[in-house]
Design a protein around this ligand. Structure first.
Ligand SMILES: *Cc1c(COP(=O)(O)O)cnc(C)c1O
Length: 426
């Protein structure tokens, strides 16, 4: 069998998969916090383009990918599916391990799969500027990259702690001409309110979302763009799983276990949603113990941001005011998760596991030594569980097929690896 299973450009899927019609029960709708009624789509038009709102609520199982988006995807897609044979040997496991590698995109993660689509639909509807938030900087850099390709302006509210911890991602965003503002900032009312109370506030994704949404509401030519959680974001990521499906067919392998890390749920959903209907797969969503949304959160309606500007979403949540400890996997520090993923966890179709930071970096080190790729700290959460599953397979002598998403590379996270190597992680 080939180590690397590649698709030709012309084998790239030309439609996304929408899970909404295949959920075990209808998705509880987003609620307007003022009325507690389902939010009127017109209200959301202040910050989202029509086409994305249609996708958000669509009942169509497949949605065509526009040619302009496909053309940009071809800069790095289809991405490889790689058999982790050296990792298997190291673990002495009979399991076959495959990983889908999304780190080959220009910003280095899966996130441009949706950033490009979102920039496209906004530009097509005459929007000239996008705002967003970013934690570790991956989403900000993906949107900076995508807006540049469509010649739009971009402002990124970056969680202040990361702004200082991760200067190189900021430089990357600025290279793509985005404006990067440490959040909380004085640029918005929500930012000012927080700074008045607590000038040293290190920021959070929830706060940065409040700022980016407020900016978009106040500026006519500006929309807001979200990098995870929403249905249309997860939809765009399904290109990952649709490609993986074709690649596994080529490899003549049927997955028994599929694993992904979860921040808001988009890369996990992107990989596994196209497989959910097939059944008979152990789908494992992995989150940090420090931000245990799916494993310890409450299933209820909550705001997506801290200021309470967004509609209420039914999800597992740690509460909108939750400020996670500053772990290195900045992309996994959100207080909620995608409503569709939460529903699948609720129904036991997906199960969730939480892992500790040190265990994930150990897994990342093993992966780097065996497979050669330095994984993003977020992705090491998936790798930790893959290794544990492969060791279980060894104990039980099972020839399982384990597939996971390597959501990004860790080249901008070497400081975190340095701390790990020097024993400074907690
Ligand atoms: C943002 C990010 C994540 C987490 O976000 P999801 O929406 O849960 O996918 C995971 N891995 C990488 C590399 C990221 O950049």
């Amino acid at each position: 069998m080939d180590k690397k299973i590649l698709l030709d450009e012309n084998e790239m899927p030309d439609r996304w998969y929408n899970i909404l019609p295949d959920l075990p029960e209808p998705l509880p709708p987003p609620l307007d916090p003022e009325t507690n009624e389902p939010v009127a789509p017109e209200k959301l038009l202040a910050i989202f383009p029509m086409e994305l709102l249609k996708q958000e609520m669509s009942g169509e199982r497949y949605i065509k990918i526009p040619d302009e988006v496909l053309e940009i995807y071809r800069l790095w897609r289809p991405t490889p599916l790689i058999r982790a044979e050296r990792l298997e040997k190291f673990l002495k496991t009979p399991a076959k391990i495959f990983y889908k590698y999304e780190g080959v995109s220009p910003p280095g993660s899966h996130k441009p799969n949706t950033a490009v689509a979102q920039a496209y639909y906004n530009a097509k509807e005459g929007i000239e500027r996008l705002t967003t938030e970013t934690g570790a900087g991956q989403w900000g850099s993906a949107l900076a990259f995508a807006t540049r390709l469509f010649e739009m302006d971009c402002r990124v509210y970056m969680v202040k702690a990361s702004y200082h911890q991760k200067p190189y991602r900021r430089v990357l965003m600025e290279l793509w001409n985005a404006e990067v503002i440490p959040s909380p900032s004085n640029m918005t009312e929500s930012g000012k309110k927080i700074l008045d109370r607590d000038p040293e506030n290190p920021g959070s994704l929830g706060i940065a979302i409040s700022e980016a949404v407020e900016d978009a509401v106040k500026n006519e030519n500006t929309n807001y763009s979200l990098g995870s959680v929403l249905n249309h974001v997860l939809l765009h990521q399904t290109i990952i799983g649709l490609e993986t499906k074709k690649q596994l067919e080529i490899a003549e392998a049927k997955p028994d276990v599929m694993v992904g890390c979860v921040g808001g749920g988009s890369n996990f959903a992107g990989l596994v949603y196209p497989f959910i209907k097939d059944g008979d797969v152990d789908f494992i969503a992995v989150e940090p113990e420090a931000c245990p949304t799916l494993t310890k959160g409450e299933y209820r309606y909550d705001f997506g941001d801290t200021a309470g500007l967004t509609p209420l979403l039914k999800m597992y949540t740690l509460g909108k005011d939750f400020i996670p400890p500053p772990i290195h996997a900045g992309g996994l520090r959100y207080h909620g998760d995608a409503p569709t993923l939460c529903l699948l966890v609720r129904h036991g179709i997906v199960r969730a596991e939480a892992v500790s930071q040190i265990d994930t970096f150990e897994a990342g080190k093993i992966f780097t030594e065996t497979e050669g790729i330095v994984p993003a700290p977020e992705s090491t959460h998936a790798i930790r569980v893959v290794i544990d599953e492969a060791l279980k397979a060894r104990q039980n002598n099972e020839e399982k097929v384990i597939v996971f998403n390597l959501s990004g590379h860790g080249h901008f996270d070497l400081k975190a690896y340095q701390d790990f190597m020097e024993g400074k992680l907690t």
